[in-house]
Design a binder for this molecule. Sequence first.
Ligand SMILES: Cc1ncc(COP(=O)(O)O)c(C=O)c1O
Length: 449
Amino acid sequence: MNEHSNLQGSQSAEEIIALDKRHVWHPYTQHGVEVEPPVIARAKGASLFDADGREILDMISSWWTCTHGHAHPKINAALARQADTLEHIMFAGFTHAPAVNLAKALSDLLPDDLNRVFFTDDGSTAVETAIKVAYKSWVNRGQTRRTLVAFDGGYHGDTLGAMSVGRSSQMFGAFKDLMCDVRVVPYPATFEGDDAVEEREAGALSALEALLADHKQDIAALIIEPMMQGAAGLRMCRPSFLKRMVAMARAANVLVIFDEVATGFGRTGKLFAMEHADVTPDIVCLSKGLTGGYMALAATVVRDRLFDIFLGHDFDRALPHGHSFTGNPLACAVALASLGLFEEEQTMARITQINARHRTVLDVLAARPDVMRPRTLGSALAFDFGNDTQYQSDASLKLRAWYLANGLNIRPIGSTVYLMPPYCITDDELARAYATMIEGMDRLASGSL
Ligand SMILES: Cc1ncc(COP(=O)(O)O)c(C=O)c1O
């Protein structure tokens, strides 16, 4: 026994909180005001259980990662099997079955010649890789293209390149001097009953057209979260916009990156959001749902013809990029098990049912004077309230705390309340979540939060 043996054993919630307070720096958290977080002891299906056994429905799938539910027996078994066989091996100069089989499975699921998979660790590094691949592909073709194009409100992660293309997301003002050159064009977000969407789309497309006309020789790539911006507050766009935007980029010979970190693996009602518009990007970034929410793994998948630009006889032409845990066998085995469940459990059909349930609530929401822009896509349901769009607005923090106290993990973003449950959620659990979500809005309206 040593003084750290406790870290593996049973500790009281108070002991864990005390250690957390003393030693841990949480993501996107102002520790000066943050209240004590619940200690989650275990999870099953759509439910989290705190140290006292209190149930919390995970209505945002633990930052949109959890797809089939927590502690799925088949994924657990795949993880245990892989841990017994090969836990890790460096991925430069070595290979292994879980990684190649996962790369093949992703290539089969993605359209056209999106066949070449670069594994990384999370959404940010998947985007960072995509940006570097795009930039270096031009370098290898004898061109320097320093500019990237992104959409207003887009969020792509928090490493330097990813943060740069997410510069309009309100998160990263403090780092603006470190960012690379990014041009931001308007994003035509839409919602139920929107009668001005065409005008907004025309504005966005003409801004893009003007930018491409003036700067296409400098633009390495354009990046977008297809169909739905996540962190901007689940802002949805129409497939027709996506299609026209991609056609425009193609005509200008600008590479297209789809950031499907949040939208991938069923979130929008298709396995990949690009399927709504039947378009293929040059590069797609995947993470979050890739491992069913189990492990840190990401994939940047590129078209064959783009990969070929990196082939040659000297290292100068290659991609000088990679991580210690690239292609980790445990994560790849878990991802393969998770992909298998989409077929075995008819997951896409369940997402269609979840969307039908969301649609019934949409009418209730639309009838409220305090609800704006109600919208749904696949497993996602969202609406806006109030005018304070700050990431952690006062109202969003109050709502979050009340929902948590009442058994729901819902984290409003600024003035957006949203649900994005794991696909295993039952109709009863959904009904419970809707009722509590609406009660929270009632309390906010009456000032009794
Ligand atoms: C669309 C999108 N891209 C990238 C990221 C960054 O992913 P990660 O937090 O895993 O680095 C996120 C995270 O929310 C995201 O929503």
